[in-house]
Design a protein. Sequence first.
Length: 535
Amino acid sequence: LGLQRFDQVYLHAHFSEGRISGGRIEYINLFSLVAIFILLIACINFMNLTTARSLKRAKEVGIRKAIGALRAALIKQFIGESVLISAFAVTIAICLMIYLLPLFNSITQKQIGFPFSDFSFWLKIILITLFTGLISGSYPALFLSSFNPLKVLKGTVKLTNGAVWFRKGLVVFQFVLSIILIMGTIVVSRQVNFIQSKNLGYDRENLIYLPIEGELANNYETWRQETLHMPGIENISFISDNPINLDQWTNSVDWDGRDAGTLLNFEQPITGYDFVKTMKLEMKQGRYFSRDFTADTNAYVINETAAKRIGYTNAVGRMITKNGRKCVVIGVLKDFHYRSMHDEIKPMIIEFGKNLRDGNILVRTKAGKMTEALTSLEKIYKQVNPRFPFTYTFLDEEYKKLYDNEQIVSKLSDTFSFLAIFISCLGLLGLMIFTAEQRTKEIGIRKVLGASVTGIIQLMSIEIIILVIIAIIIAFPVGWWAMNSWLNNYAYKIDIGWWMFPLTGGLALFIALFTISFQAIKAAVANPVTSLRSE
């Protein structure tokens, strides 16, 4: 027996062996991690662009050092600039957040308000601002403040190999994160499509259910007979639970040959006649409960999983005792999904019930006749059960609600992946512009000596392509592990096919080439005379 605070149930609803093992909090953690990824990519861009353009501030540093500025003062200055830029960015971000919050609420189906009066919120914003400024400004500050004033003022300062390799490493790292997000987007999208389109073992279209309440429990058979003759109605039955979320189980089950140490949990729904016809289920062995056999009131129907777990190859005619009631098995029902794809199909023993005090009535309508069927149902319902409102639920819509979180994750992952790729491309573009500026005279000399435009473009692009390929090699195993971990939350899931890797790698290379192509072409077609005359 365990107790849980009610305000924790929404985010921490999953239990394993009596302990909280997750819930919706996993999605919060997931997108918090994605947000950190995107922030890291932005910080890396800032470091890259600042160090890349450091030569433009080299004389400033040299003069300051020559007139007595200490390195600590220079570090404070550059980090202060970074924090100030971060503060400006946060101001713009807050304005955008206020503007985009209604759109976010519509996507996530929440009603989140901006916490203007929450002191802890503003404190966290300040801490994030300072942290971002310090992280993004730390390396550039240390790098710029390390310049030798004598070399700087003589104009002989150059970026060291260490600085160049550090910038390349940052480019690789941010593309690793972007490629992982691209892989995540593909996998999440395919899994969502899989669970929405998978054969559940029954037809969820044209199927609705009504709660058994009031006089409907006492007059079910009369209501059923009258309703079946109304337009648009095909079949009617009932079940003691929610048809897509069965949650009535027992482990008090015994059978011939059961091992004394074996204890299985069985779902134990109670259904009426025509349940198989109404749900459009299939029998694997034997038959379902029938009005033609009065002895069926003392019989069971089990599912395939139950037969396998019990060890019955041919279960029809065998005896099973449930909760002290021993009955014969008259049929084996093919497995069908009565919960979300997160849960595997469990053993099931179905018992016949003539009347129920609660549960749901299942109504199969004729294809294309839903409007007529609902009109018919409401008319008879009001006659039999006038004190209760006529309420119904579309089973296919209720099934989709089981995966609302997955749908939201899919939409948000698309958005975040786009942001990550866009920010990475901005950094790549900035790096390419800087590289072109640094190699202006080299490109001019190569063109004078007969280099083609194509050759210049290849020269400018090959270094970036190598970095992206390295990022792909690193990202693939990390992305595969991360996506496998996420898919392990589902009992029924897609396989991560080999084709996803070349697709993701090709997409990353295409995006990188598309980003740098304009600047590479611009540098390649530039007039070499102008390049060689430039100071």
